[in-house]
Design a protein around this ligand. Sequence first.
Ligand code: ATP
Length: 204
Amino acid sequence: MFDGKTRVGIYGGTFAPVHNGHVVAAKAFMEQMKLDYLYIIPTYLPPHKEIDSSDSPRRRLRMCELAFKDIDGVIISDMEIKRGGRSYTYDTLRELSGEDKKLFLLCGSDMVLSFDTWFRYEDILKMCYPAYVRRERDKMIENRIIEKITEYYNKHGVMFRRILTDPIEVSSTEIRAAVKEGKDISRIVPPAVAEYIKENRLYE
Ligand code: ATP
């Protein structure tokens, strides 16, 4: 398993805003895959969803910096923001790959289910070791994930590794809605992120 190569993790997303589910997943990913470092990469434009134009990439990046500031080995990268356009994981992996590195990619359960719609997903599977983390406790979703990763394994010979966590059932959509309704979000986002959202009046 340890061959002298640098073990590099990649965790991309819209992060609008970054929340505790992301932070818990990222920490478990680093520990369980024994990563030397982990890139957190906010998208410029997510390929599969619409994003409010007021939710600027730089603000989403800043919130990631705040959320992960105390975690050693995390690098918040603006590579997708700098690249512009639709952000494809395939391009990001190409940019980060190298002879001396092993790349590990983390996805939440929803992303595992739609992974075969990603741009050049077959190539992605050749470029990294994919892993997933559960977002929910729902047994039916768990069964669908197992079916799906078995299908990927049978078709492509690549197995998604499971990162074990106590799932945190939160989404950025819920947080944006909670802020709009004036609800408290301090238990579902890191404190510095809650402060930033308030100071900049985001999602109101
Ligand atoms: P939205 O509600 O706006 O769709 P989101 O909460 O799904 O956002 P993203 O920024 O789209 O957050 O997610 C980035 C990555 O983090 C994806 O791989 C996603 O599956 C994963 N993820 C999101 N929420 C969680 C969570 N609660 N636990 C673990 N992983 C998560």
